[in-house]
Write a protein that binds this ligand. Structure first.
Ligand SMILES: Nc1nc2c(ncn2[C@@H]2O[C@H](COP(=O)(O)OP(=O)(O)O)[C@@H](O)[C@H]2O)c(=O)[nH]1
Ligand SMILES: [Mg+2]
Length: 363
């Protein structure tokens, strides 16, 4: 496996303040490649770290095929990895953290797994037999990583799709490049979904604690992961993903409606309280559908969009009511079971609400 210029592999190392780790990491990557007979390059993609990364890379380049790419306008792990991959020239691309949590000696094994016919993507995996994490990993971090993996399960059956140590072919990456649009940390998951990787191999690795320095994984990045997941779900199942979000917002609106109603009946006449609670819930639903379900339509003017949303809800209410009246008066079964007639009305109204919201209010 070699590209036009003869490189078998490009190893992309995203860094932010990792100058202390590079003198250990780079020679280990370089040795791992040469002992397996792999001809390649190491691309360090640094976001202008306020440490000695530049000098350290300069020194290391006399013995290792390392090249430093410094970004000054952008910051972030995923976009740094993409930048490195864009500039890479090897036939295979490997991404590895700089802090020595990932064992560089496994690089040849990842490459061999990628060469197996049909394999699209290879993960250096903590969660397959033979893999593991350092015992000092706190319960919180372990739990966090597990929950993140479960949330991604419908997107991929890989055991460790959150890993930052992985390999794929450069031509495969280039095909998916125009579609890449990650936020946050999980660039491997982004590539698995957007490159439509079907056959994923997992090579067991032991994920150690970082050698030196501090983790850059913040709470903000964890929230970004949820936003990223939303995007990936929408990429894979656009309408279904939107409909599920619409249902969740609707369910939260029902709770808001009932809470508002039960508090209002102490202060105003019941019918008035019911009306106000419906209005509050509708406004709640509008807002969260604008922010979450149909976040792509956020640039449209609020009053106009709110009015259209209220009209969509009114149409839904009419449908719910007419279906109920029709079924209840015409069909014997529903005459005897009015709750089921109401249920059919509610289901149809929800569908119509969704379609009108999507194609009219949040177009
Ligand atoms: N270029 C770049 N690299 C980053 C950034 N944030 C983290 N990294 C690198 O990504 C890798 C993983 O980050 P780390 O802080 O170890 O995350 P953790 O292992 O999840 O705690 C390390 O090599 C970091 O230096 C960033 O904003 N820009
Ligand atoms: Mg780390």
């Amino acid at each position: 496996m070699a590209s036009d210029n003869g490189y078998d592999v490009s190893v992309v190392v995203p860094t932010y303040c990792e100058a202390e780790n590079l003198p250990t990491l780079i020679p280990r990557i370089s040795n791992a490649m040469s002992s397996a007979g792999l001809h390649g390059e190491i691309l360090v993609v640094d976001d202008n770290s306020p440490d000695d990364t530049t000098q350290v890379c300069d020194q290391l380049s006399s013995d290792s095929p390392v090249r430093l790419i410094v970004r000054t306008k952008e910051r972030g792990l995923s976009s740094a990895v993409i930048e490195g991959m864009k500039q890479a020239q090897g036939a295979a691309l490997i991404v590895i953290d700089a802090d020595l949590s990932h064992p560089p000696e496994k690089i040849p094994e990842l490459i061999r797994a990628l060469q197996v016919e049909g394999t699209d993507f290879v993960i250096g995996s903590r969660y397959v037999p033979g893999g593991g994490t350092d015992e000092e990993w706190g319960l919180f971090r372990w739990f966090n990583s597990k929950v993140a993996t479960w949330l991604a399960y419908p997107l991929t059956s890989a055991r460790d799709p959150m890993a930052g140590f992985f390999a794929l072919r450069r031509d495969h990456f280039l095909q998916a490049l125009p579609q890449l649009d990650p936020i946050g940390y999980k660039i491997g998951l982004e590539l698995i979904v957007k490159c439509e990787c079907k056959q994923i191999a997992e090579v067991p690795i032991f994920f150690g604690n970082r050698l030196r320095g501090e983790s850059k994984l913040s709470i903000k990045e964890q929230l970004n992961y949820l936003r990223h997941l939303k995007r990936l779900y929408e990429h894979k199942w656009r309408n279904l993903a939107q409909f599920i979000q619409f249902l969740f917002v609707g369910a939260s609106g029902t709770i808001v409606d009932l809470l508002a109603f039960t508090s209002l009946i102490h202060w105003v006449p019941t019918n008035v309280g019911r009306g106000i609670a419906i209005g509050v819930a509708m406004t709640w639903n509008y807002w969260f559908n604008r922010q979450i379900t149909f976040s792509g339509a956020r640039q449209r003017s609020i009053p106009h969009q709110y009015l259209l949303y209220c009209l969509s809800c009114a149409a839904g209410a009419m449908i719910s009511w007419s279906v109920f009246v029709g079924l209840h008066s015409q069909i014997n079964y529903f005459h005897e079971h009015p709750v089921f007639a109401a249920l059919v009305g509610i289901v149809l109204a929800t569908l119509s609400n969704f379609l009108l919201s999507k194609h009219l209010a949040f177009r």
